[in-house]
Ligand binder design. Structure first.
Ligand code: NAD
Ligand code: IPM
Ligand code: MN
Length: 352
């Protein structure tokens, strides 16, 4: 029996999580194992109900389950709250409390979607790289931080053990993939990045079979759109990883396609990389694939069932190959389907 906590959150969060939960239930029915899904409020939805973005109950539930499935948080309704009370701050608190130091963001172009990217098909076809974004350190958490009338400040700081553990995971992943890691930093300007680079190279000595190179983050942003095929594994800090993974999202056609796994030593959380998309919320038009593909990552990383992960990925490919497109990945002449129709097509492809 697997215990999963689902936290739909805000905006399109509940819509895409509903899709992912439908897939989870289908998988459990098909393979005959029990999955218990417990829903908890989080973010703006929790604030409106309980006056706080993250209740003790939600946090405790996340600490006492096998995996967390998260939609997204945030939106205009809550953006003028004091900084430390915003939904985004609660997300950082959740990640930190669960010790989720590694955020895996795979950027993979599905063949039927090569024409959905804003880049040329011949540039994006075959793209398949994996970003390791450090998730609970760097400028997102560094002290001091704050602002007053005349000044705003944050601190980008990395401790040795924080760089070592994410670098090690990235090298290990590369051993199972193409054997190449690119570490992305801004060592030409930032001391913290020079430190990052030094530590990554020290850890690299444990992995002589892996090819390591460094790239400055500004160049990396350009290289990802120029030639995404040159990347295998990327390892980078919190802020750079956030930005670069949204760029990677567009390579695959839409932010609505990119899943993620956030992993620590004792907990794991799965969420799409996109946000709450307030512009399309409540319309049943959001793309559920990023969240459904996050469930595939859950089976791979938390439940050690790569076959089921592959089954879910194949069901996504089948739905796409059959021509189904939500609005964000549709081209001229495509028939556009809703969130629920895309979910149903994927569930149908899963068979029985
Ligand atoms: P966003 O990712 O929510 O949306 C950016 C654009 O992509 C929008 O045009 C949106 O419609 C589109 N988009 C995103 N996901 C989509 C999907 N599944 N299907 C179709 N289109 C999709 O980013 P934003 O607009 O900058 O942020 C909105 C809110 O979400 C903010 O409050 C932000 O802080 C929050 N946010 C939360 C998370 C999270 O919870 N992990 C991540 C990013 C942003
Ligand atoms: C993401 C988001 C979050 C981040 C925000 C909402 C805190 O952009 O998950 O990519 O910056 O990590
Ligand atoms: Mn982001």
């Amino acid at each position: 029996m697997y215990k999963i906590v689902s936290i739909p959150g805000d905006g399109i969060g509940p819509e895409v999580v509903a899709g992912a939960v439908t897939v989870l239930r289908k998988i459990s029915e098909k393979h005959g194992f029990e999955i218990r899904i417990e829903e908890h409020p989080f973010g703006g939805a929790s604030y409106d109900l309980h006056g706080t973005m993250l209740t003790d109950q939600t946090l405790e539930a996340c600490k006492n389950c096998d995996a967390v499935l998260l939609g997204a948080v945030g939106g205009p309704k809550w953006e003028n709250l004091p900084h430390e009370h915003k939904p985004e701050a609660a997300l950082l608190k959740l990640r930190k409390s669960l010790g989720l130091f590694a955020n895996l963001r795979p950027a993979k172009v599905y063949d039927p979607l090569v024409d959905a990217s804003s880049l040329k098909a011949e540039v994006v076809r075959g793209t398949d790289f994996l970003v390791f974004r450090e998730l609970i350190g760097g400028i997102y958490f560094g002290e001091p931080r704050g602002y007053d009338e005349n000044r705003g400040w944050n601190t980008m700081v990395y401790e040795r053990h924080e760089v070592e553990r994410i670098a090690r995971l990235a090298f290990e992943a590369a051993q199972k993939r193409g054997g190449r890691v690119i570490s992305i930093d801004k060592a030409n300007v930032l001391e913290v990045s020079q430190f990052w680079r030094n530590v990554v190279h020290e850890v690299h000595r444990e992995f002589p079979d892996i090819e390591l190179s460094d790239m400055y983050v500004d160049n990396a942003a350009m290289q990802i759109v120029r030639n995404p095929l040159q990347f295998d594994v990327i390892v980078t800090g919190n802020l750079f990883g956030d930005i670069l993974s949204d760029i990677a999202g567009m390579i695959t056609g839409s932010l609505g396609m990119l899943p993620s796994a956030s992993i620590g030593t004792s907990h794991a959380l799965y969420e799409p990389i996109h946000g709450s998309a307030p512009d399309i919320a409540g319309k049943n038009i959001a793309n559920p694939i990023a969240t459904i593909a996050s469930v595939a990552m859950m089976f791979e990383h938390s439940f050690c069932m790569p076959d089921i992960a592959e089954e879910i990925s194949q069901a996504i490919v089948s739905a796409l190959a059959a021509g189904l497109r939500t609005a964000d990945i549709a081209g001229a002449g495509d028939r556009i389907v809703s969130t629920t129709e895309m979910t149903e097509a994927i569930v149908t492809s899963l068979g029985s």
